[in-house]
Write a protein that binds this ligand. Structure first.
Ligand SMILES: *[C@@H]1O[C@H](CO)[C@@H](O)[C@H](O)[C@H]1NC(C)=O
Ligand SMILES: *[C@@H]1O[C@H](CO)[C@@H](O)[C@H](O)[C@H]1NC(C)=O
Ligand SMILES: *[C@@H]1O[C@H](CO)[C@@H](O)[C@H](O)[C@H]1NC(C)=O
Ligand SMILES: *[C@@H]1O[C@H](CO)[C@@H](O)[C@H](O)[C@H]1NC(C)=O
Ligand SMILES: *[C@@H]1O[C@H](CO)[C@@H](O)[C@H](O)[C@H]1NC(C)=O
Length: 390
């Protein structure tokens, strides 16, 4: 018990001692705390200062760097745009605004020998390419629009009508212009789009190489002809099946002759390719191949029909054709690749690249005032009478 009390007393004394030691240490600790705070504050201030300086430096560097990057990017973009300008951007704009569905007449026997080469060359530049045939070929993109028994040259008018009906039923909504070409026609799609850009696809109009036979104006089928959306709609929905407006398909009449009668009888304006670009009076659609126009002697002996049937003076030689020519007929596959090479590959070093400004838009009133003939779309007219071509 005593021992226990003793222990308590010792403990109490020890406690008191500790407290008194604490008390004696207090001023020193305060000083130490102050010093510690002072040093810490100094260090913090120093760090802050250093950091802030570094921050300023970094910000400046960053700003400089980003400005340089921006400048570089802007410069690069500008340079790229400069490079692309007039080539790609014009192409992109035209491709988006002038959507052309190409209908290429072919037969199963010519899928391999001709149609495939159309697809490998100019055909791939159409917004959509469809081969009108009598047999399906999924890889080629050929559809049977007639059966093989009726796939004859004499019944071409029937086949073209069936082809137009097929395309109208499935694709009408998504395209602005509808081109009909043969599997031996070569088309420079860029120039077609460029020329069509001026026109409103909602106006009834069609373009091609104009011929005149038996008082009928018509567009050569081999050179290819292109219909506005409105002309296409009218000829399919109003023209076909009406024997007053369109020659019946049972007769062995040329499809181009019939189609043009039909189109004019539903109020579509025929416009010769030489007038498609208003700034120029040079033909753009050609019912012969280009070499024929370059050798006037050969043409005079073999192609006098063209002088006879063309209602304008035919030009020959280097002066024959618009610099923005659109199509050539009688183009064998080898010549198609020749055109491809000359147009899209061959470079003559150092030639200046002229700019091609987009043509001004032409509205319906202007179209009528420029191209209307005696058969105006607004007035009632006597349908063109179709007659058998002798
Ligand atoms: C062509 O038109 C003219 C004048 O309108 C007329 O005299 C001539 O008989 C017509 N020819 C044919 C083949 O219809
Ligand atoms: C065919 O067209 C003519 C001339 O526009 C019209 O008078 C006639 O009613 C049409 N026929 C049919 C069956 O639509
Ligand atoms: C065309 O024929 C004439 C006479 O035969 C000849 O003098 C001329 O050189 C020929 N021109 C060409 C381009 O072949
Ligand atoms: C067609 O191109 C040639 C060669 O660049 C040029 O001399 C000629 O003037 C051009 N023609 C037109 C109508 O622009
Ligand atoms: C056809 O239209 C044009 C332009 O609107 C007009 O000047 C001309 O007199 C019209 N022709 C006929 C035969 O009505």
């Amino acid at each position: 018990m005593n021992r226990l009390l003793e222990l308590q007393r010792v403990c109490a004394t020890a406690n008191k001692d500790a407290k008194s030691t604490e008390k004696s240490l207090l001023p020193f600790r305060k000083q130490l705390q102050f010093l510690y705070g002072y040093v810490l504050g100094f260090l913090m201030a120093l760090t802050t200062l250093l950091c802030y300086d570094r921050f300023l430096l970094q910000t400046a560097q960053l700003r400089q760097h980003s400005t340089a990057t921006e400048n570089w990017q802007t410069g690069y973009q500008t340079a790229l745009q400069q490079l692309k300008s007039d080539a790609n951007t014009l192409q992109q704009q035209l491709a988006a605004e002038v959507r052309v569905l190409c209908m290429v007449l072919t037969t199963p026997a010519q899928h391999e020998t001709r149609a495939a080469h159309v697809k490998a060359t100019w055909g791939k530049r159409c917004t959509r390419l469809i081969f009108l045939s009598s047999a399906a070929d999924v890889e080629l993109g050929a559809v049977p629009v007639v059966d093989s028994a009726t796939d004859k040259y004499e019944l071409l008018w029937h086949k073209v009508q069936q082809g137009f009906r097929y395309v109208y039923a499935r694709y009408y909504a998504d395209y602005d212009w509808f081109l009909k070409a043969d599997d031996d026609t070569y088309v420079i799609m860029e120039n077609l789009r460029y020329s069509l850009y001026a026109y409103d696809p909602e106006t009834p109009v069609f373009f091609g190489y104009e011929l005149l036979q038996l008082n009928v104006t018509y567009m050569s089928g081999g050179a290819g002809y292109v219909l506005s959306k409105e002309a296409f709609s009218r000829v399919v929905t109003t023209g076909f099946n009406n024997e007053t407006l369109c020659p019946p398909t049972k007769y062995a009449l040329p499809e181009d002759y019939c189609m043009s009668i039909c189109l004019q009888n539903v109020g579509a304006l025929p416009v010769d390719g030489r007038f498609i670009r208003s700034s120029e009076n040079k033909q753009t659609f050609f019912p012969l191949q280009l070499t024929d126009f370059m050798d006037s002697n050969e043409t005079l002996s073999s192609g006098d029909w063209i002088d006879r049937l063309t209602p304008y003076t035919v030009d020959w030689g280097l002066n024959c054709c618009s610099n923005y020519s659109i199509s050539f007929h009688y183009t064998d596959p080898a010549i198609m690749y020749l055109y491809e090479f000359f147009i899209y590959h061959l470079r003559a070093v150092g030639l200046p690249q002229p700019r091609d400004p987009l043509p001004d838009k032409i509205d319906y009133a202007e179209l009528l005032s420029r191209f209307s003939n005696e058969r105006n779309t607004t007035d009632p007219w006597m349908p063109i009478k179709w007659v058998q071509v002798p």
